[in-house]
Ligand binder design. Structure first.
Ligand SMILES: NC(=O)C1=CN([C@@H]2O[C@H](COP(=O)(O)OP(=O)(O)OC[C@H]3O[C@@H](n4cnc5c(N)ncnc54)[C@H](O)[C@@H]3O)[C@@H](O)[C@H]2O)[C@H](O)CC1
Ligand SMILES: [K+]
Length: 215
């Protein structure tokens, strides 16, 4: 079954109000995404993994992935596309503050795409269901860097720049090898398998009762 973005936000909020906090959803989303990525790549030990992280909860999922991948022995670099003080949500901030205590994960901020290493894997945690309008900087430079870099590319929830509701693309957008979306498939995502690559929808523990009156 495919759902709308509005339905997804309503289900998320209802689950949160039931006590299954968005922080728990984010943890399960990041863990499920890492499981698929590690299953696909096999051993990620010592692999250079670069994670672009937006200022919203798509970025938050990327922060959770960073922590899990460090646990698998990957060499993880996180590029936050802004200033940590401007991280939009409590659940995303929570995950940023954990990473600040983890020397095993390199944290960079501001959105520069000038790296002193070539990534084996790039994770696109830039934009998800909160996309609106033409892509603004520094997100645009990150998307262009991802597209011009030859490596394995993984999209969190949806390739950034693809509208998960309509399947339309913004002025620029990422083209990935794998996409993992959460809870249920959003209507627009399967329309662009050329951008998503291998596509999965992973359950993240939202109570089925959170869908009552919405689906
Ligand atoms: N569905 C679920 O159960 C879960 C979804 N999760 C993840 O949350 C994101 C949606 O998070 P949200 O904060 O609402 O939006 P985004 O992170 O997608 O983006 C908001 C962020 O991006 C900026 N922005 C929007 N449009 C543009 C643009 N055109 N150019 C530049 N910047 C833009 C905006 O200002 C905000 O800062 C969902 O996709 C999932 O990944 C939960 O974490 C887990 C459960
Ligand atoms: K994304």
């Amino acid at each position: 079954m495919e759902i709308t973005v509005d339905q997804m936000y309503n289900i998320e909020n209802k689950g949160h109000d039931m006590g299954f906090l968005k922080k728990f959803m984010m943890e399960n989303a990041g863990a499920a995404a890492v499981k698929r990525l590690v299953e696909k790549l096999g051993n990620v030990d010592s692999k250079n993994i670069l994670i672009f992280v937006g200022m919203g909860n798509n970025g938050g999922d990327g922060l959770v992935m960073a922590r899990h991948l460090a646990g698998y022995g990957a060499k993880v670099t996180v590029m936050l596309l802004g200033n940590p003080e401007n991280i939009k949500t409590e659940e995303s901030n929570w995950n940023w503050s954990i990473l600040e205590k983890m020397p095993s994960v390199k944290l960079m901020t501001g959105g520069s795409t000038d790296f002193d290493f070539k990534p084996d894997v790039i994770i696109d945690g830039i934009l998800g269901t909160g996309i609106s309008g033409e892509i603004r900087e520094p997100y645009a430079s990150a998307i262009n860097y991802i597209n011009k870099t030859d490596c394995y590319k993984f999209a969190v929830d949806v390739p950034s720049g693809l509208d998960p509701q309509t399947g339309e693309t913004a002025n620029i957008f990422t083209k990935c090898d794998m996409t993992v979306t959460f809870h249920k498939m959003k209507q627009g995502i399967p329309k662009r398998k050329d951008l998503t690559g291998e596509l999965f929808a992973e359950k993240i523990g939202i109570p089925p009762e959170a869908e009552e009156g919405i689906l």
